[in-house]
Ligand binder design. Sequence first.
Ligand code: FES
Ligand code: FE2
Length: 395
Amino acid sequence: MTTVERRSRQDRILRALDHLRDGTTDEVDEVSPFGPEEYRDPEIARQERDHIFGTVPSIVAHSTEVAKPNDFLTLQMPRNKVIVVRQQDGSVKTFVNLCRHRGALLEEEERGQCRILSCPYHRWSYNTDGSLRAITKGQTFGEVDSVERGLVELPTEERHGFIWVVDRAGAEIDVASWLGEEMDEILSEYPLADYVAVRAEGFDEPVNWKLMQDAFLDGYHIQYAHPNTAAKHIHTNVMTFEDYGRHCRFIAPRKSIDRFLEEDSTGHDLSQYVTETHFLLPNSTLLKQPDHFELLTFRPHPTDPGQSRMEMRLIVPKVEDSHLDEAKWTKLWDKNWEILLAVLHQEDFPLLRSSQSGMFSADAAGMLLGRNEVANQLFHREKRRLIAEGEAARG
Ligand code: FES
Ligand SMILES: [Fe+2]
């Protein structure tokens, strides 16, 4: 971390302390309206799939989830079912999970290792670089151009310890330029590529992906929705916010910082008293905690605006870099994970499911994002911008 970076973090934390003393928070200029159709209209959902996920990079995994050559994982992107495979040369490729013979799903497992990808239907096989390797009883099948009939590849890039994919064959990918100079630099200061995704799990919820994403940019609900869990540790409705155009970050003070409301904080590194959250457009919340990271991603369902999948990852120092023995290290992160899961399943998900069911009311009227809901405002603003750009390009 550069000195400038450290100083600017300290300044931002001091600003959060001022907010705490004054009962204020960073705000944007206007209250912003939105409507229920954004959570239920199939045409809006199609625009989001095409103009957002089919156009810009989003994170699909941490690099350590496909650590070695032939390691793969499969997932449902908004437009395609995909397989992500680590190549022999160490790079990562993503393919549409579909056999080019008659369309069987090539790989059903969520994670594993494969030397070849072999179709369960008639046993055509593909190399892990996507090329067609063998056609079963080829002498009877007829002429096939095996270069033409390889797996369909999606643009993929590894950067800052994450694997990013644009969910459209033939699209361009350039993660650094998507992040922009400032956010790219912020992420490059973090040891994300040296850490390990100790836990990664997905949850299918009957909730639109934006309702989910919004809940994890929101410091306004903590005290009311999480009175006995998160609110014990984190202040409600206090944020210092930085807008980086497409992306943003904000600092939320933990309650442990309260001693510095009175005490002089000079000479103290205050970063251990805050959570610093990064929103990476279109669908990721990266939380920097004092000793680890959490990544939350939200993906629309391929057809139903009322469903989505959330993935949560706990990204932590490797055991050998941790000054803990393996048993203690495992126990520490197991406990962390259990706490995260409990808050999600018992507190956030029930609220979000009921919000989604409300959105389907025929006479649901317009709703509002407040000036204090700074990161949510940026998310909605930038999401609308992507859709408008995509529709304009479509003509
Ligand atoms: S569908 Fe894959 S081999 Fe026939
Ligand atoms: Fe919450």
